[in-house]
Design a protein around this ligand. Structure first.
Ligand code: ADP
Length: 489
């Protein structure tokens, strides 16, 4: 099959979160299964493209944005990784994409994100038109590309273009919906007939996410628990109605991690490489991490780590509520993250209060994140909701035992030690309360104190297979099934 992915982030070019990791790994896995895979991405400022020679891929062309016309130029690079090739097309538009930040700055989202991603969506479709052969599958990701299935269905497929192609829309996080004022409709080129409850309108706004949910042939999301959760009022972010309507086309496929990229045996950022049979070396990483982050160097002090965007979703309010208690218990805690300024200031002042026990690292730094996964005893993800979550999978691979809330992809990947009579791979709590979190941390520390039990548990964790292989096969099966289906929406 010919499969084209369209997304706003991809490792190694641009990353704000898990979306980029998925786009960095899944296309290669699918290519490795024998399919031709291409990917379309904006070209942002700050992309380090020195090691990725570009060629001019298509003649310059224009797309309309309301009454205006915008120039597009397209470069490409054939990206080789894990034994397969993916051709990446970069959409260039300096005014839209060569900025500090991908979606905004610490002050908030860019005011013209509607223009930027309408432009990107239209440019992507023009690229599809210029490809030698029509794709079998056009796979879009998150709200930034949500309009694409709508354009294809309402404008292009009706004219006989891309008739063979099936459109897929993957929800990586339903909370980010790309909702804009009704005026944005004029920029899209759609008529007011689209601005209704059953189409693109969402509580008086134009929703890019909803466009994907309504018009894609197949919907997927990134874990099976989240696929169920988003059809409920609690997790549906107002989209539960349309998701329930489309439940027969909605599939949950668990994300994986790139197990070559994330491997404590070869990770160059670590002070000492280790495997499940050389766990003593993990302690060298713990000591170095404690030193680097100005915590007391002591292997016996339980060390909790977090690598996260600093947003409400991640359960940081609970973390803030338990930090004093953790300090009283002589535990250490390291967070690395960027995000909402309210969390910046809260953690900065807690960092001053608990100097030597709590280390707050306000930055995006992959190398330090790797040292946190390797050096921590526990990895904390008390999320309010979590579509899939990659942090806990990376932590498991690095032998840092996850302490997670029982939601979404965390439910699907972490099994509680006690509830599974010692056979689990981490610690799972349910209630969104500081007491429930503290009780689970205390339970985890009790196991940590028993060296033999602890090492068995670490080994169990490091054995878990979260590679992309199974999930990539699952996507391919779904592509084939969609191709065979003749009656689609
Ligand atoms: P989300 O996609 O909601 O941000 P995930 O757990 O799915 O959460 O993925 C987060 C990814 O981003 C992981 O690879 C994590 O290591 C990485 N990450 C998040 N914040 C930082 C940071 N400040 N520095 C380095 N890596 C980070």
């Amino acid at each position: 099959m010919r499969i084209v992915f369209i997304a706003s982030e991809m490792v190694p070019f641009a990353k704000t979160g898990g979306l980029a990791d998925v786009l960095g790994a899944l296309p290669h896995e699918i290519a490795a299964l024998g399919h031709e895979v291409k990917l379309i991405l904006p070209r942002y400022r700050g992309m380090d493209l020195q090691n990725f020679p570009m060629k001019k891929a298509m003649e310059n062309f224009e797309v309309s944005l309301g009454a205006e016309r915008e120039k597009v130029s397209v470069k490409s690079h054939l990206l080789a990784a894990n034994g397969s090739n993916v051709e990446v097309f970069f959409v260039e538009h300096p005014a839209f994409f060569e900025r500090e930040g991908i979606y905004g700055t610490s002050l908030g989202d860019f005011q013209d994100n509607d223009r930027r991603f309408i432009f990107f969506s239209k440019a992507a479709i023009e690229i599809l038109k210029r490809m030698d052969e029509e794709p079998d599958v056009i796979h879009c990701h998150d709200w930034q590309t949500g309009l694409i299935p709508a354009y294809l269905k309402l404008m292009h497929q009706r004219q006989g273009l891309f008739e063979k192609a099936r459109t897929f829309f993957t929800i990586h996080n339903l909370a980010y919906q790309g909702n804009f004022p009704p005026d944005t409709l004029a920029l899209t080129g759609f008529g007011w007939e689209e601005f209704t409850l059953h189409r693109l309108e969402y509580y008086g706004k134009l929703s890019f996410m909803k466009a994907g949910l309504v018009y894609a042939d197949i919907l997927t999301t990134v874990s099976s628990t989240y696929a169920h959760e988003i059809q409920t009022h609690e997790f549906g972010c107002g989209m539960e109605g349309i998701l329930r309507d489309r439940s027969s086309d909605l599939y949950g496929i668990l994300n994986g991690i790139d197990t070559k990229e994330w491997d404590p045996e070869t990770d160059k950022a670590l002070a000492a490489n280790y495997t499940s049979t050389s766990l003593a070396k993990k302690l060298i990483n713990k000591g170095m991490l404690q030193k680097e982050t100005h915590l007391k160097v002591d292997p016996e002090i339980p060390l909790l780590g977090m690598v996260t965007r600093l947003v409400d979703q991640k359960g940081l309010d609970l973390v803030i509520m338990v930090l004093d208690e953790l300090a009283k218990r002589n535990m250490q805690f390291i967070i690395i993250g960027t995000g909402d300024s309210k969390y910046h200031s809260a953690f900065q002042s807690l960092g001053r209060k608990h100097h030597g026990r709590f280390s707050f690292n306000l930055k995006f730094d992959e190398k330090l994140s790797r040292r946190i996964y390797a050096g921590s005893d526990f990895f904390l993800m008390p999320s309010v909701f979590e579509p899939c979550g990659l942090g806990q999978m990376i932590a498991l691979r690095y032998g840092a035992l996850p302490i997670v809330r029982d939601v979404g992809g965390l439910t699907d990947t972490v099994t509680d030690y006690h509830e599974n009579h010692g056979k689990g791979n981490g610690f799972v709590f349910e209630d969104k309360t500081p007491n429930a979190l503290l009780a689970k941390i205390d339970e985890a520390v009790t196991v940590f104190r028993d060296k033999k039990l602890w090492m068995d548990l670490q080994k169990n964790a490091m054995k878990c297979d979260f590679s992309w292989k199974a999930s990539a096969k699952h996507y391919v099966e779904l592509y084939l099934r969609a191709k065979r289906r003749t009656v689609l929406r």
